[in-house]
Design a protein around this ligand. Structure first.
Ligand code: NAD
Length: 297
């Protein structure tokens, strides 16, 4: 049967992912509550559907890339939602980063409605979504994963089916983002401190890139954002904060203290409150810079 893909959530990640599917020849229907996102989707050759229920009814595969667990829950469980209205046998894949319990619950609710659900958070950022180099961390039934591997391969480079637990991908994704929280603040503190001592940021970046301080987040945050003084996201501070809170909740459930993780939740809450919530997370550098004495030593 020919697949018709419905893509719900055409934001920083969803739009380039949907674009790659269209470019690969798939029929893709799109829906976003933000009209500007729908317009961008139409501009790249997609078919925007104004009524989400219609999109759900017409799709054999539904993909979602939504901001928060609350939004995901509403889109799946609402009266016009996927679980209520999708045709039996539809495959649904959530690429959003949510709490593991939500993946597990949606799997069961989908199964009761004779739908097939996979939890499949992604890593690799907007660049990875554009270049189709995402890492996709899939949890759920192997046969369903097999049925849509060509879709996954169109979107990413490293596709991991991690087991039949629908939340296993999310658990690993949240561990990844816990590390991203550490690194992002480490980069900000390092560059601000270096600059304050009169060391050029480019020099610091070059030398540390060839030392153990190197990290992918250093490359990403410095080269894509800080060096260009452009903090258009990317991955927003607010999304990072959401994921750190989810990681903290996950750690509490298994009794693991996160001494630095706890501090990071407070730190990024402050950075968000300072007005950097909708900026890329690399703006933690700006936050620290604002608190630093401007005078040179
Ligand atoms: P985003 O805010 O840019 O995109 C989310 C989109 O969902 C927006 O266009 C928004 O209008 C739309 N939306 C909100 N409510 C909706 C609804 N009820 N129905 C339909 N559309 C709705 O966020 P993003 O950066 O694209 O991230 C999406 C998900 O992917 C998040 O869970 C995020 O944590 C995760 N993620 C993001 C990145 C990144 O680098 N940006 C990387 C990996 C994972």
């Amino acid at each position: 049967m020919t697949q018709t893909i419905g893509f719900i959530g055409l934001g920083n990640m969803g739009l380039p992912m949907a674009t790659n599917l269209i470019n690969a020849g798939y029929t893709v229907l799109g829906f976003d509550t933000n009209e500007a996102s729908n317009e961008k989707f139409v501009a790249i050759g997609g078919t925007a559907i104004a009524d989400v229920a219609q999109l759900i009814a017409k799709s054999t595969v539904i993909l979602t890339s939504l901001p928060t667990p609350q939004v995901v829950s509403a889109v799946y469980r609402g009266p016009q939602g996927i679980i209520q209205t999708a045709n039996k046998g539809t495959i649904i894949v959530d690429f959003s980063t949510v709490n593991p319990q939500l993946n597990d619950e949606l799997y069961v609710e989908a199964q009761q409605a004779e739908l097939h659900y996979l939890g499949a958070p992604v890593s690799g950022g907007v660049i990875g979504a554009i270049k189709a180099t995402l890492t996709i961390m899939v949890g759920g039934d192997s046969e369903i994963h097999q049925q849509i591997t060509t879709i996954f391969n169109t979107l990413g480079k490293n596709i991991y089916h991690l087991g039949t637990s629908p939340s296993i991908g999310t658990r690993i994704k949240l561990l990844n983002n816990l590390m991203i929280g550490f690194y992002t603040e480490a980069v900000a503190e390092t560059i601000v401190l270096g600059e304050q001592m009169g060391i050029e940021a480019d020099v610091l970046f070059e030398v540390l890139s060839n030392s153990y301080g190197q990290s992918r987040i250093f490359e990403r945050n410095y080269l894509e954002y800080m060096k260009n003084n452009d903090y258009n996201p990317g991955f927003t501070t607010n999304l990072l904060l959401k994921d750190l809170k989810l990681a903290k909740e996950m750690a509490q459930q298994v009794g693991v203290p996160l001494p630095i993780g706890d501090k990071l939740v407070d730190l990024y809450s402050t950075i968000s409150d300072e007005g950097f919530g909708d900026n890329d997370m690399a703006a933690s550098y700006l936050s620290l810079k604002n608190k630093t004495k401007i005078e040179q030593l």
